[in-house]
Each structure stands twice: as C-alpha cells, then as structure tokens.
Design a protein around this ligand. Sequence first.
Ligand SMILES: Cc1cc2nc3c(=O)[nH]c(=O)nc-3n(C[C@H](O)[C@H](O)[C@H](O)COP(=O)(O)OP(=O)(O)OC[C@H]3O[C@@H](n4cnc5c(N)ncnc54)[C@H](O)[C@@H]3O)c2cc1C
Length: 318
Amino acid sequence: MADLTILGSGVSGLTSAITLLEHGYDVQIVTKEKTEETTSAVAGAIWFPYEARPFKKVNAWSLESFNKFKALSKDASTGISMIDYAIILNTSEKPWWLQSIPPDHIISDSVSGFYNKDYSGYIVNIPLIETPVYLPWLVNHFKSLGGSFSIREISDLDELNEFDLAINCTGLGAKKLFGDTEMYPIQGQVVRVSPDSSVRGMATDFHFGKNSEEMAYIIPRKDGIILGGSARLDVDSIKPDPEFSSRIIDYNSEYEQKLKELPVLETKVGLRPGRSEIRLEKDPNFSVVHNYGHGGAGYTVSWGCANSVLELVRKSLS
Ligand SMILES: Cc1cc2nc3c(=O)[nH]c(=O)nc-3n(C[C@H](O)[C@H](O)[C@H](O)COP(=O)(O)OP(=O)(O)OC[C@H]3O[C@@H](n4cnc5c(N)ncnc54)[C@H](O)[C@@H]3O)c2cc1C
C-alpha cells in the first residue's frame, strides 16, 4: 500500500490518520505545530453542528461522528462522555441540525426544569469531548497503531511532490498554502472557570451582541467550565480581550447565576477555520485529498469526515 502523509495534527488530521491506519495504510503526520498548539486545543468541546456547511453533508458527517463518540464514551480514558445539554433557540422553527441527533437522544422539545426559567429549544443527550484528555488519547492511539510525527511547515506546493499522497488537514493554514480565498478566520474567545458538578451545559443557537457575533455557551468539563463566546468573522487576532471575558461571564450568568462566583482559571482565543463549505475532495491538480474548513464543528464532524477521506484515498489509489 502507498505511504500516506497527513498535513496537520489537529482533530481532523489525527482522526483521518487513525482511520487510515486502522484500514491498513502506513501513515505519517507532517505538521507545523504540535497538537497542543492547534486551534483544536482551544475548543470546548461539545458535539454540535455549528458554523459548518453544507448542511446536508454536515448532518450526515455529524451523525456518523455521534455514533463513534457514543461508542468511545464507554471507555473513560478517551475523555468522552454523554451529557444532557440544553440548546436554547429564539425561534419555533425546527433547526436544520435536529436530523443529525438520533431520536432517542432528543430528551425534550423545550428547555424546562434545567434552569430557574423555561426557554424555547431542546434538551439533547450528546457527546462531551474533554479536549485535554481526548487529544492526548488520539495522539497515543495514533502512535500505538504505528503512526509517526514530524514537525515541519509546508510552505511551497512543490514540496508535496515528496509524498505519494497527502491528506490536507491544515485548517486555516490551507488559506495560505493553497491560496484558498473561500477561507476566513472565525475568532472565538472562551473563559475557563473552576469546575462545579452542579452546573449544567447549554448553548444559545442564535447570535447577539453589537455585531451579532456573540453567543452564550457553557461546557461543564472536569478541569473547569468552559464559557463562550464569540464568532467574529475575519478577525485573526488571538489576543484575549479581558473586557469581553467579563461580558461572557455576565451573559452566561443570566442562565446560571452560580457562574459569577466561580474563580476564573484562564482565557483563550482561537481561530475557527471558516469556509463557504467544508472542502472534502481530491485536488484536481495535486496528489492531495483535502479535509479542511470545518468552522465551529471540527470535532462534531471529525469521524464522518475521516470515513469520507478513506473513501477518497481508496478511489485515488485504485
Ligand atoms: C473557541 C472555540 C470553540 C470551539 N468549540 C467547538 C466545539 O465545541 N465543538 C466542535 O466540534 N468544534 C469546536 N470548535 C471548532 C474546532 O476547534 C475546529 O473546527 C477544529 O479544531 C479544526 O480542526 P483542524 O484539525 O481542521 O484544524 P487545526 O486544529 O487548526 O489544525 C491544523 C493543523 O495544520 C497544521 N498546519 C497548518 N498549516 C500548515 C502547513 N503549511 N504545513 C504543515 N502543517 C500545517 C497546524 O500546525 C495544525 O497542526 C471550536 C473552536 C474554537 C476556536
């Protein structure tokens, strides 16, 4: 079998690499940054299809990933668990992403009994991904299957001639490397406060704030509660804004008052790899299969996209 080179060691690169190794391919990862320095390491993360297109494919990839995460949740060492989570809506219309949730995981079609007040929306039972546990688990699993890493930036497309077939999982890096003008950063800031097992998870599936670029979400991890956040289109700074951190705590406290009392542990900013549509296809000019542009749903679609990468690799090599 041909040697495969994955570009990138975020969640997309690692998940694609593991899927290919599990199907008998030899795989190496070439990456500019180590996993802990990637956007993937900034994410909360909760399984939820957010800021990713096209909707139909995102639903299919998300459902495939849901089932895989559910299976992984049986093993505590993965950092995956299934939790009841509130999605708060400001409309009575059925959201597009509802189809990606298995019906027996839709607990309620209103958010009542979760907080002091009732809201429109859904309570769903979905995967929580504790990224500080899950990413090292992915790295170790990749290595245990025989995968290897090298730290190197690919700065010229001619360098790709060295590889039999490359899988491009460079996230926002693809903008520069492939001159992809459809890509844009979606800046997101999160605050981590001390853990409190009584705080329940939720997200508003609508944006608010001055430029409609804020939303509230609470991800109750064991190492702390992640509070979000922002979705600032085309903003590429990763400098935290302390004033905005206070606002994040304020508006999440409207749902869960306890949050105001919990000590702040850290603030992080990451750049989601935004794109008009996720790019998952064989490049017409290079020996490259693309898998990037997952926006705010890189974890949510990861296993489904990796299965599509496997299909494209098989086709490319046949
Ligand atoms: C605040 C925030 C919260 C989020 N919450 C969630 C969530 O709850 N659920 C969810 O599903 N998603 C969430 N996301 C989105 C998710 O983090 C991203 O979609 C995902 O991390 C993208 O992963 P990736 O592997 O494609 O890219 P990245 O993690 O960015 O990895 C890209 C890799 O490519 C490498 N690279 C780039 N250019 C080159 C080059 N030229 N040569 C070699 N290597 C290169 C980088 O070094 C890196 O290793 C969130 C994101 C943010 C910022």
